[in-house]
Design a protein around this ligand. Structure first.
Ligand code: 5GP
Length: 198
């Protein structure tokens, strides 16, 4: 190997791993992701843009980038989004800004993108190397309990979320791995090993 090649191979950074996490609303993705971010400080968690209103406790720029519909449309038109989708029958739109994901992968950081089913399919098309992970509830009843128990949404919104959940659960075979979220720490362990394990 020439001296140049040696120095190039020393500076070349191995690309980070891209994991796409999907699963029904209220399955516990946010809790798992919160723990994951403390356990893996090098993780780049993609902050999605969304047109929905913040829930109590959600912070703009950390949980989501909350945008108007017009601003979201501008992002679509300018090609800034890796993927985007109409969520819950068009009640809201959410999407993944492409540039921060690509920059983190190039810098060798593991990246986690949390999306809905349509988003997972879109990322797979755009980035075939992505690992698709589905988070499932221990049972349908547990999911219904968690969704209705949150108490922050109207009956109409809950009904739509349940309908979306039914469709998403039926598609879990399309994913590379299914994590059953019975216990936040254990689900987190599984994600850590997918993101940075051997
Ligand atoms: P929530 O409004 O409860 O935070 O999320 C509703 C759904 O939108 C969830 O299934 C979540 O994974 C999905 N979602 C959040 N961000 C994105 C995104 O950037 N793109 C897509 N396609 N779905 C997203």
């Amino acid at each position: 190997m020439s001296a140049e090649a040696v120095s190039e191979s020393k500076t070349a950074v191995r690309r980070g791993r891209l994991v796409v996490l999907a699963g029904p609303s209220a399955v516990g993705k946010s809790s798992v992701v919160r723990e994951l971010r403390t356990r893996l400080p090098e993780l780049m968690f993609s902050v999605s843009a969304t047109t929905r209103d913040p829930r109590p406790g959600e912070v703009d720029g950390k949980d989501y980038r909350f945008t108007t519909r017009d601003e979201f449309q501008r992002m679509i038109d300018s090609g800034e989004l890796l993927e985007w989708a109409d969520i819950h029958g068009g009640l809201q739109r959410s999407g993944t800004p492409a540039a921060p994901v690509e920059e983190a992968l190039e810098a060798g950081r593991p990246v986690l993108v949390e999306v809905d089913l349509a988003g997972a399919r879109a990322v797979r098309k755009a980035k075939p190397e992505a690992l698709l992970v589905f988070m499932a509830p221990p049972s349908w009843d547990v999911l219904v309990q968690r969704l209705t128990g949150r108490g922050t949404e109207s009956d109409e919104v809950v009904a739509r979320r349940l309908e979306t959940a039914r469709v998403e659960l039926a598609a879990q075979d399309e994913f590379d791995t299914v994590i059953v979220n019975e216990d936040v720490s254990r689900a987190c362990d599984e994600l850590v090993s997918l993101l940075v394990g051997n």
